[in-house]
Design a binder for this molecule. Structure first.
Ligand SMILES: Cc1cc2nc3c(=O)[nH]c(=O)nc-3n(C[C@H](O)[C@H](O)[C@H](O)COP(=O)(O)O)c2cc1C
Length: 203
């Protein structure tokens, strides 16, 4: 038997738990940004996806817990640019390390030892070890909710450059077996992407 939940009658955090356990697997946008003072920042966001191809557009959502802003949001609003770095099995531990709550003065590239490669068209750092990086310009920030523990800001960006390791490219297609992408399930659970299957679409 199904149980039903009206979000109006539950804690925001409980509804958040339901959503992150049900909307799975989620891709992880590993977002590189830079403060106005030039401090590099790197953090993962799994409220993330590609949402359009013309212009190519990605979005992710930063939670503003009780009004507190994450460094990523502050940096992107200040500079108008960011990068998305694709998380794979090879980089998943480093990704997890960058999710720690560090002061704005902390450079997560130095913290992890990851290679911070400057963007070629935007002034934001890319993860050298990632098999793909997207350079993005901020399109808009959309606030969701006003206060409370899980109000959010959705950051929408236009992809202005795509970098892909040639070893995972088959023409313009990505070889999924070689990519070895990692997705986020609920809480601290992740999934690998080895168990692939195909479906032919109805004509
Ligand atoms: C896999 C993963 C996914 C995450 N997804 C999100 C998310 O979608 N939104 C969010 O606000 N925080 C998310 N976080 C938490 C942020 O990464 C964390 O708060 C980080 O410290 C933010 O860094 P910043 O203050 O440098 O921007 C996620 C953490 C992990 C490990």
């Amino acid at each position: 038997m199904k149980q039903s939940f009206d979000p109006a009658n539950h804690d925001d955090v409980d509804i958040y738990e339901l959503l992150i356990g049900l909307i799975v697997p989620r891709p992880i946008g590993w977002i590189g940004s830079m403060s106005r003072e030039g401090v590099r920042n790197l953090a993962p966001f799994s409220f993330f996806n590609a949402v359009a191809a013309s212009p190519p557009t990605v979005l992710f959502s930063t939670i503003r817990a009780g009004g507190a802003r994450k460094d990523t949001l502050t940096n992107i609003e200040e500079t108008g640019v960011f990068t998305v770095n694709v998380v794979t099995e090879e980089t998943v531990d480093a990704m997890n390390l960058t999710a720690g709550r560090y002061a704005p003065s902390v450079d997560e590239f130095e913290l992890t030892g990851l290679a911070g490669v400057p963007g070629t068209v935007v002034d934001a750092p890319m993860v050298g070890e990632a098999k793909s990086n997207l350079e993005c310009r901020l399109s808009q920030v959309v606030p969701i909710g006003t206060d409370g523990p899980v109000a959010a800001s959705v950051v929408i960006g236009e992809v202005v450059r795509v970098h892909v390791d040639g070893a995972i490219l088959d023409g313009m297609r990505i070889d999924q077996e070689s990519l070895r992408a990692v997705g986020r399930m609920g809480g601290a659970t992740y999934t690998r992407t080895h168990d692939l299957f195909s479906l032919d679409r109805p004509s």
